[in-house]
Write a protein that binds this ligand. Structure first.
Ligand code: SF4
Length: 345
């Protein structure tokens, strides 16, 4: 059986044709699915005979809700979902004034080994299919009973380590026949896989690219991000400029501040020199302390001073609004707690 969410409209049209049905049935099926009707038997403008065939060949792979946590101020919900094969993934829904945003996972686990991240502790189990990415949004919409208008690929997994599936997901999520979420409402976050950033730039999409930089030099970066052994910051800056040239989009550099590692005034000055005159924005993230690592959070004063130095160098800087800290909302923490059978706060 095939997860119908893994198919784009053209593929489903071809399937209809080769199974003796009119191609326009594919559009009808898409209309139902992406309006959150996820049972073939409820698609009442489709003849029973076609519904029967659909049920024989396909399933609609919506994940099972295992756990749900809502932050105290009600602006963040974190879900632990079970995929068809029993693997667990997380996604987070954040309510903003401008609408609902979801952070989805692109892999079960991750093999990138970033020290500050709980998702990578057990390694990478498998890639998530395009349909399983879409299903996180469909399921979350059902749960909150509202539309989701912004998508961030920043949960478990490195999206560019699962490039083809992510590209197909983007096609369907953006399509007016799919979830119809505009490219400018989608953000992809990468730890900096340089050749894939270049390949992505060549698609010339209007998607926001967020690069996890987290250090002003390779010597510091390699201490928390093994990917720094493969690609230097100089290469990341070069490919970022290429992305900006191609797409005319502003890049976001994510920078998790860790006490004593990358949060000094000199670090802020070095970072400013790297990013000078680039169409970019820096998002400072006071790092989440996780049980399995020894990283310590920067003091509020150091965070403020770091921001001040960047802004003095005309670099737009924000400090990430902390949402859901009381429910282990940081990447991978809920799944790990569940696997280890721990009680959450
Ligand atoms: S931060 Fe992202 S790339 Fe790094 S280990 Fe975690 S999920 Fe993977």
């Amino acid at each position: 059986m095939i997860n119908i969410l893994d198919m784009d409209l053209e593929e489903l049209k071809q399937w209809m044709k080769s199974n003796g049905e009119s191609k326009f049935r594919a559009k009808q099926v898409f209309d139902w699915i992406y309006k959150d009707i996820c049972e073939f038997e409820n698609m009442n403008n489709i003849p029973q005979s076609v519904r029967g065939k659909l049920q024989t060949y396909f399933y609609i792979g919506i994940p099972r809700l295992i756990e749900e946590y809502t932050s105290k101020n009600n602006d963040t919900r974190k879900y632990l979902f079970e995929l068809g094969d029993g693997n667990l993934i997380e996604c987070v829904v954040m309510k903003y004034k401008h609408g609902n945003s979801i952070c989805i996972s692109t892999q079960v686990g991750c093999r990138m080994g970033c020290k500050f991240c709980a998702s990578t502790i057990g390694g990478m189990i498998r890639n998530i299919s395009p349909g399983e990415m879409l299903a996180q949004i469909l399921k979350a919409q059902q749960l909150i009973n509202e539309r989701i208008s912004n998508v961030v690929l920043m949960g478990s997994g490195e999206p560019f380590d699962n490039f083809d599936n992510v590209m197909k997901f983007l096609e369907i999520v953006n399509s007016e026949n799919g979830l119809n979420i505009g490219q400018r409402h989608i953000t992809i976050s990468t730890c900096g896989i340089v050749p894939k950033i270049k390949e992505f730039a060549d698609f010339n999409m209007q998607i926001t690219l967020a690069i996890s930089l987290h250090a002003p030099s390779d010597e510091i970066r390699v201490k928390s991000m093994p990917i720094a052994n493969k690609y230097s910051i100089a290469e990341i800056i070069d490919v970022s400029k290429y992305y900006i040239d191609k797409t005319n989009r502003r890049i976001t550099f994510e920078y998790a501040l860790v006490k004593g590692l990358n949060d000094s005034k000199q670090d802020a000055e070095k970072l400013s020199a790297l990013l000078k005159d680039m169409l970019c924005h820096v998002n400072l993230i006071p790092v989440n302390e996780i049980k399995e690592n020894e990283l310590e959070r920067s003091s509020n004063d150091d965070v403020t001073e770091f921001k001040r130095v960047l802004e003095a160098n005309n670099i737009q800087t924000t400090i990430r609004r902390e949402m859901g800290l009381d429910i282990n909302a940081a990447c991978g923490q809920l799944r790990r707690s569940h696997i280890k059978g721990e009680e959450l706060k």
